[in-house]
Write a protein that binds this ligand. Structure first.
Ligand code: ZN
Length: 220
């Protein structure tokens, strides 16, 4: 398979390797509620490997006989500096850019694994499980909350606003860095708002990040 490489929105490569994708589950109360999950007292972290990353514009292929594949639209943070036991100001200055990601999840398999108390990797870490958009440099964003959307076949499906996060981005990065070192090129997925659902072949997904970025992809 082709190795994934980060890009800026103008198409130029980001000269940093993707090492890992650290994800947070249940970071929006309305999404925790829609899956009947309790809101966690501290961030629920898991990792997708670099091999799960693909460019979001590549058509999304549904794996056969694995049950439902759910989309979760998430703000993706591109890390530009190493972070270990970081302060919030270090975490803030390590943000190189923002993009959008789909945290694809084999929901039926995840439910079976959760029921048995087993790790989730087979449901979350498979090849292609992390479509990523190009990134927009952090300088293009102000200090306000960041909003993003997913439309499926021109219908609004998910709307995110970082102001609704249970664990906001900067404290979240500092928290993650107490458990795992974040390296330049790593990506942090910050959780999905409500509205997740199964992908169906033939759908067109359009993702928008404020007025900075708009990308589309198809389910085949
Ligand atoms: Zn997620």
């Amino acid at each position: 398979m082709d190795r994934y490489q980060h890009h800026w929105k103008d198409g130029t490569p980001v000269h940093l390797p993707l090492g890992k994708i650290v994800c947070v589950g249940r970071n929006y109360a309305d999404h925790a509620k829609e899956l009947n999950n309790p809101v966690p007292a501290e961030p629920l972290l898991f990792i997708k490997p670099a091999t799960s990353a693909v460019h979001v514009t590549r058509p999304l292929a549904l794996s056969a006989n694995q049950g439902q594949v759910h989309f979760e639209t998430e703000l993706a943070v591109l890390i530009g500096k190493p972070l270990t036991n970081a302060s919030e100001s270090d975490a803030q200055s390590a943000i190189l850019g923002y993009g959008l990601a789909l945290d694809l999840t084999l929901r039926d398999l995840q439910s079976q694994l959760k029921e048995k108390g087993h790790p989730w990797e087979r449901a979350k870490a498979f090849d292609g499980a992390c479509p990523l958009s190009p990134f927009v440099a952090v300088e293009y964003f102000g200090n306000d909350c960041i909003t993003f959307n997913l439309d499926i076949d021109e219908q609004r499906q998910q709307s995110g606003d970082t102001g609704d996060m249970i664990f906001p981005i900067v404290p979240l990065l500092a928290h993650i860095s107490r458990h795992f070192t974040l390296l330049p090129g790593d990506v942090v997925l910050t959780g999905t708002p409500s509205g997740v659902g199964p992908l169906r072949s033939g759908q067109t997904l359009s993702l928008q990040l404020e007025d900075q970025l708009s990308v589309s992809t198809k389910v085949v």
